[in-house]
Design a protein around this ligand. Structure first.
Ligand code: SF4
Length: 394
């Protein structure tokens, strides 16, 4: 559970107010900035951000997720995926303010991993993640009751993707499970299936069904029939007791709205348009897309693969557009295209723009702590347990 400062509000399972600036007193997302945002057309924005950052000096450390806009990334002290960024922040205890240019669950993870003296700030509180919002604490507690009633809960080890709220990470820690990233999902599942009586363990994979299914089937040789889909909007998850008892992987019905857009048609189209193209996709894509791709891997894997690719090679990449554009710009000697014909940014990641960053840095430079993301102690201790299990994975 988190609290946002200075607004004394609690997170709720309510849908994210994606583009609005309305104030929802029950949600920390979709709220207005409590100050005056500079105008996006202010020609001095870059200079203002630079000046405020300079004034703050070592007191501030700006993290930029790979999917952030260029206008924001230029001010990042470090870039990376969510877990790398949280660890980078923890390795900088002298930085009092951690400005996280990313989304809400990432700022929560940074707060969990940093010291009590470090304050994690999200420049726009409406920057949530639609995937993380698809699994709420209440829904997951209800799911555990369903598993208990079906007589399988004792065999279940939860494995939660990094892209989940602190509440879900805490649930995972409390029930003997681990967190995973898209880079180590196979290692996390291997570890989970080694827990308990050999051959009896089941995994509850939260909240991204695609990463869970792709890892189980593509990397671990399970069949699609070993996986069932738990739908939190249906009674008993839409599953019978028998289905739960027979399953090895119980996949939560969540997905990424960006990676979920790529389809088999996108793959077939690009192969027709660009003969000899290599299709490289993120494992948050649907199973049929992953099955049809040439290469599959995390954001870091995508960057490294392009770095190592020979000049003249052709690539269609299925991940967030800001990253694809940066990778394409970094490799003018290679043909790099977006896998889908229509553009697709992550709309919530894109909420962090230069005006929000300027407002945040100037507020901090004036001594006003804004948009702090804090995870309460109990949630933090169980979430940390799950994160530490991940760090200890072989
Ligand atoms: S790209 Fe997908 S998983 Fe990542 S923040 Fe956006 S909605 Fe969430």
């Amino acid at each position: 559970m988190t609290t946002a400062q200075p607004l004394d509000v609690q997170p709720t399972p309510l849908a994210l107010l994606l583009l609005g600036r309305e104030a929802d007193p029950k949600s920390e997302r979709g709220v207005e900035c409590p100050g005056d945002l500079p105008s996006p057309s202010d020609p001095d924005l870059v200079e203002r951000a630079r000046a405020a950052k300079e004034k703050l000096g070592d007191k501030v450390f700006v993290l930029g997720h790979h999917y952030q806009r260029d206008e924001v990334i230029q001010f990042a002290d470090v870039t990376g995926d969510s877990f790398k960024l949280a660890r980078d922040a923890a390795a900088k205890p002298e930085a009092e303010y951690i400005v996280f240019c990313g989304v809400h669950f990432m700022a929560e993870s940074a707060d969990i991993l940093t010291t009590d003296d470090q304050k994690v700030v999200l420049p726009d509180l409406a920057a949530g993640c639609s995937m993380a919002d698809m699994a709420t604490a209440e829904q997951v507690a209800e799911c555990w009751d369903v598993l208990t009633e079906a007589g399988v809960a004792e065999q279940v080890v939860p494995v939660s993707y990094m892209n989940s709220s602190a509440d879900i990470k805490a649930f995972t820690g409390k029930h003997g499970g681990t967190i995973c990233t898209s880079s180590n999902a196979k290692r996390a599942l291997d570890w989970a299936f080694e827990q308990g009586e050999p051959g009896t363990t089941k995994v509850l994979f939260l909240p991204d069904q695609h990463l869970g299914r792709n890892t189980a089937v593509r990397d671990m040789g399970m069949s699609l029939d070993d996986c069932v889909l738990y739908n939190p909007h249906k009674p008993n998850g839409g599953l019978t007791v028998e289905e739960l008892r027979n399953a090895k992987m119980i996949l939560w019905r969540g997905h990424c709205s960006v990676h979920g857009r790529f389809s088999l048609d996108s793959v077939n189209d690009v192969r027709e348009r660009i003969p000899g193209v290599n299709v490289l996709v993120h494992p948050e894509c649907k199973h049929e897309v992953v099955a049809a791709a040439d290469y599959v891997g995390s954001t870091e894997y995508i960057i490294n693969t392009l770095d190592a690719a020979p000049a003249g090679s052709k690539w269609a990449i299925g991940t967030e557009l800001n990253l694809v554009r940066r990778v394409a710009n970094a490799h003018p000697d290679k043909e790099v295209v977006f896998l889908d014909k229509t553009v697709c940014f992550c709309s919530t990641m894109n909420r962090i723009d230069l005006p929000h960053l300027v407002w945040t840095l100037e507020s901090l430079a004036e001594g006003n702590l804004v948009n702090q993301i804090r995870v309460d102690k109990e949630t933090e201790s169980f979430a940390k347990l799950a994160l530490e299990r991940m760090l200890a994975l072989p």
